[in-house]
Design a protein around this ligand. Structure first.
Ligand SMILES: NC(=O)c1ccc[n+]([C@@H]2O[C@H](COP(=O)([O-])OP(=O)(O)OC[C@H]3O[C@@H](n4cnc5c(N)ncnc54)[C@H](OP(=O)(O)O)[C@@H]3O)[C@@H](O)[C@H]2O)c1
Length: 312
């Protein structure tokens, strides 16, 4: 018996037509892959990773590296088409062994209803054995990378733009942490019994250099990203003792669609300020995510990857 869509989901539909439908209707696009033990570093084999913003840019790069380390990845984004394309791009697994499944969920992460839906689906996955579930039961690593920006002076910025930025970047991450923490804890207790050496669960929040450094035209964005940093710190203290590590990455300027939208003059100005004289690559941010997922002493670890921009 499929669950009824909660009222909030009906409301969500008004915001986007690509929200996840009730469980019976949601088809998790599953790719079956073979596991292989990653040759370098600790393998993330069997770890279930949910990556928001996984369809493009930094989120996609993080998802790609997680998959390359044998983790099972679920991408979250708004555009189903882009999610499908990103899923196809996830690295092929070599060798034989267990089946590995990657998938995606299309929806707007900025609303509480989306995360309630996701948690309910996780629960149903568990109770139905996961076989016909929309995505893999359980989440070990939650990566909050979905985000938007708009460069504008606060006095000139529209109320809609301000609200969208804060709702997506800050509230989306806050709801994700609030609603996913409990199921993550439950699953962790269960998995640990079965596999004592298993890497512990963690949350990785993608904040920004603008969380700690001023920038003209970034008031709403900086508000949202410094909120994410405060959230990370508070949760490292709250969830750390329970077994979930919470960490953040603060990228400077990274080559993605987000920075491709910059005016040439603004780009030149930014390059001048970066000691390494270039924008970062998404793979360089993904490296940090792998470190945070695997290093079991990393809690409230705030990694700035900005080519040295934070120093000047
Ligand atoms: N690029 C930089 O220089 C830079 C620097 C510092 C911090 N960051 C942060 O890094 C993160 C990733 O940025 P990026 O440069 O990779 O951006 P991007 O290339 O523009 O990609 C943004 C991603 O977020 C998803 N997304 C946006 N709003 C969403 C929503 N409401 N619900 C679900 N998914 C949503 C997009 O999904 P769709 O494809 O469906 O739209 C896409 O996957 C962001 O949090 C950003 O603030 C970026």
């Amino acid at each position: 018996m499929p669950p009824r869509a909660p009222q909030s989901l009906q409301q969500l539909r008004l915001r986007t037509l690509r929200i996840p439908r009730p469980l019976s209707a949601v088809r998790h696009q599953v790719r079956h892959r073979h596991h292989h033990q990653h040759q370098h570093g600790r393998s993330l084999r069997g770890l279930r990773c949910l990556v928001t913003g996984g369809s493009r840019g930094i989120g996609k790069a993080i998802a790609t590296q997680l998959a390359a380390h044998s983790a099972q990845v679920t991408l979250v984004g708004r555009s189903e088409e882009r999610l499908r394309a990103a899923l196809r791009d996830l690295p092929e697994e070599a060798g034989a062994g267990q089946l590995q499944q990657h998938g995606f969920v299309a929806g707007d992460i900025s609303t509480k209803g989306f995360w309630e839906f996701l948690v309910r689906s996780l629960h149903l996955c568990e109770t139905t054995g996961g076989e016909r579930a929309p995505f893999a039961p359980g989440v070990d690593v939650l990566v909050n990378a979905a985000g938007i920006t708009q460069n504008a002076l606060l006095m000139r910025q529209s109320a809609v733009a301000i609200e969208n930025i804060v709702q997506t970047n800050l509230m989306g991450t806050l709801w994700a942490c609030k609603l996913m923490a409990k199921p993550m804890l439950g699953q962790h207790a269960k998995s640990k019994k079965e596999e004592p050496d298993r890497i512990g669960p963690s949350i990785i929040n993608v904040s920004s250099l603008l969380a700690i450094q001023g920038g003209v035209g970034s008031a709403a964005y900086a508000t949202s990203k410094s909120g994410v940093l405060g959230l990370t710190r508070a949760l490292a203290g709250e969830l750390g003792p329970l077994g979930i590590r919470v960490n953040a990455i603060l990228p400077g300027y990274i080559e993605t669609d987000m920075t491709a939208a910059m005016q040439p003059a603004a780009r030149e100005k930014a390059l001048e300020r970066i000691p390494l004289k270039r924008f970062g690559d998404v793979a360089e941010i993904a490296d940090a995510a792998i470190f945070l997922a695997t290093n079991q002493y990393a809690n409230n670890c705030i990694l700035n990857l900005d080519g040295g921009m934070s120093a000047v």
